[in-house]
Design a binder for this molecule. Structure first.
Ligand code: NAD
Ligand code: AKB
Length: 323
């Protein structure tokens, strides 16, 4: 068995995943036991401020370590990162934040004998030569700095587990679709933007072609994967931070058609830009049989359930009636 999780630090908590995950973790572990952190404070009305919040740049080892010590943290949920598109704009910074920030998390994990360090990977680990449905051990030849950092992190996790016994866990997320916080500069951002534009303007100009097909996941399944993997017995795990997990895969045309079932006047046009090349280097879908076998991974949301829930939530958030 791994050690128990009781007190958690979430880095990059103001991001797309962090805002909703922190909330979910606080409802399980208790508000005071989940410390949120990011480069800057969130807006004063953010639910993140309903529990402890610390300013933390993950590349600053001293501050990172002192927060872990101050709150007696046993588990780090390490979300701070630069995503694929932002990372291509600033490759050096992407390496520094993603790799050196994660090395800090791993080194603190060893120093403080933490229970677990959770670090997400991404479908961005793949590139040239990846089959359409990526098997767990498909060749890793990423074309972006972001992908290169994620491959490096997966290898570091193996190393820290075998050399120091650090319990590092993580999954290769597909594009995450969510309604609370906008995505932070990735290639899959179109799959969130499309909903806002459909509701607000009734039309969307997509930055990838209509036949672009990628693996995607709705936020409730993303959160479920973190909780399920944290709770899995260590002896059942055969991988570290690189579990393939899937839930749905669709092209943009199919997504637009599904949205049109709820917003019949919705129209879409396509103006592919530099992001198309990144999207084309990623697989259509993933084989997640190892995650299903090792820790019982099962998603709950398919495309139609996701679209219905996203539109209902965004209608309330944007205070719009759509017909
Ligand atoms: P995001 O871009 O929305 O949020 C990242 C957060 O990290 C931001 O709030 C940012 O302020 C913070 N950050 C950046 N540099 C930092 C630093 N030096 N110190 C501390 N914080 C810093 O990202 P996200 O979508 O929430 O992703 C979280 C994790 O999940 C990342 O590791 C990402 O690679 C991974 N992931 C996300 C997706 C997705 O579709 N959202 C898919 C695959 C993997
Ligand atoms: C991105 O597009 O960069 C992210 C990811 C799939 O890692 N959403």
């Amino acid at each position: 068995m791994g050690k128990e999780t009781k007190k958690l630090l979430v880095t990059g908590a103001c991001g797309q995943i962090g805002t909703e995950l922190t909330n979910a973790l606080r409802s399980i572990y208790g508000r005071e036991n989940v410390i949120a952190s990011d480069l800057v404070l969130p807006q004063s009305n953010s639910p993140l401020l309903e529990g402890p919040f610390e300013i933390l740049d993950v590349t600053d080892f001293k501050t990172f370590d002192s927060i872990v010590e101050k709150f007696n943290i046993d588990t780090i949920i390490h979300l701070a990162a630069l995503l694929s598109v932002v990372g291509e704009g600033e490759p050096q910074k992407c390496w520094n934040v993603n790799v050196n920030g994660t090395l800090n998390a791993f080194n603190i994990g060893v120093k403080r004998e933490l229970s677990k360090v959770f670090v997400p990977s991404s479908i961005a680990v793949w590139g040239e030569g990846v089959p359409k449905i990526a098997p767990q051990d498909a060749p890793l030849k990423p074309r972006t700095m972001y992908g290169i950092t994620k491959v490096t992190i997966e290898l570091l996790a193996e190393y820290y587990f075998s050399k120091f016994g650090l319990d590092c866990r993580g999954v290769r997320y597909p594009g995450i679709i969510s309604s609370e916080t906008l995505p932070g500069g990735g290639t899959t951002d179109y799959a969130v933007e499309i909903f806002y534009k459909a509701i607000e303007d009734g039309k969307y100009t997509c930055f990838v072609r209509e036949d672009t097909r990628l693996p995607m996941m709705y936020m409730p399944d993303c959160i479920k994967s973190v909780i399920d993997l944290l709770n899995a017995p260590l002896e059942k795990l055969t991988r570290r931070c690189d579990y393939n997990i899937g839930s749905m895969s669709f092209d943009v045309k199919t997504l637009a058609e599904e949205i049109r079932k709820h917003i019949p006047h919705f129209t879409i046009e396509y103006k592919p830009d530099g992001r198309q090349k990144i999207a084309d280097s990623w697989p259509d879908d993933v084989d997640d049989s190892i995650a299903r076998r090792d820790w019982g991974w099962t998603p709950n949301y398919d495309l139609s359930k996701t679209v219905e829930d996203m539109i209902n939530k965004l209608k309330i958030k944007l205070n719009r009636a759509v017909s």
